[in-house]
Design a protein around this ligand. Structure first.
Ligand code: DHB
Ligand code: MG
Length: 219
């Protein structure tokens, strides 16, 4: 497909199945106004995350990489009654914008933002009630660390979603020197060989371009 055709299809699917929400659109606008990159998930993927939360009946969701909380809002709105999201963000300024976006969207009471490097924050969650769904969308170099923590902080049946596994096709380049792509490859290899997971992945073509998501079950 040409960029024109896949963007037209993404726009059609978004209009047909996702629609518009002022709080989500304001969250993106505030994120951009604060100088954060436009790397939030596409609307069709936000809705997919929300549906995965609902399909799995998740009450405890862990997100690694908050940015402006666009995906956080999507997932928080899919929680079962009494549910909550813990989202980890390395940049305090991002967390400040995210907090305002979550409160405006009416889900602030269901979301805890933990500020710090996820590799430092995740060990502090050990011993808490297991998470039902984990969304990994942070620095790709650390994907193996985050995937390992997803299993440790989850339970059999936990759903793990990893964003950005296609990387414009670079993921299939064994000679890549790009540390983000190498981190993505190592993460997928871990999902494949580690007996704690059963996993697959889908390529995506949406308004953000050519990329993909991995979906795993903790077994
Ligand atoms: C990048 C990170 C993301 O999470 C994303 O969705 C797109 C791009 C990046 O670091 O380039
Ligand atoms: Mg991403």
């Amino acid at each position: 497909p040409t960029p024109e055709s896949w963007r037209r299809v993404d726009a059609y699917l978004t209009e047909t199945l996702v629609g518009h929400d002022p709080d989500l659109e304001t969250a993106v606008a505030e994120q951009h106004a604060a100088g954060m990159p436009a790397i939030e998930v596409a609307p069709v993927s936000g809705k997919l995350l929300q549906l995965l939360v609902r399909i799995s009946g998740a009450r405890r969701v862990l997100e690694i990489g908050t940015l402006g909380a666009y995906s956080t809002i999507w997932m928080a709105r899919g929680l079962a009654p009494g549910g909550s999201v813990v989202t980890v963000e390395a940049e305090p300024e991002n967390a400040r914008i995210a907090r305002a976006n979550l409160d405006r969207a009416g889900v602030g009471d269901r979301v805890k933002i933990m500020v710090g490097r996820a590799a430092d924050v995740l060990p502090t969650l050990e011993g808490s009630e297991p998470f039902d769904l984990v969304f990994i969308d942070a620095d790709k170099e650390s994907n193996t660390i985050y995937i390992d923590w997803a299993a440790r902080l989850g339970r059999p049946g936990t759903v793990v979603v990893v964003d950005n596994i296609g990387r414009g096709g670079e993921v299939a380049n064994p000679a890549t020197m790009n540390p983000q792509v190498i981190g993505t490859q190592r993460g997928l290899e871990l999902l494949a060989r580690d007996p704690r997971f059963d996993a697959t992945a889908l390529q995506t073509l949406d308004r953000k371009g050519y990329d993909g998501i991995a979906i795993a079950l903790v077994v």
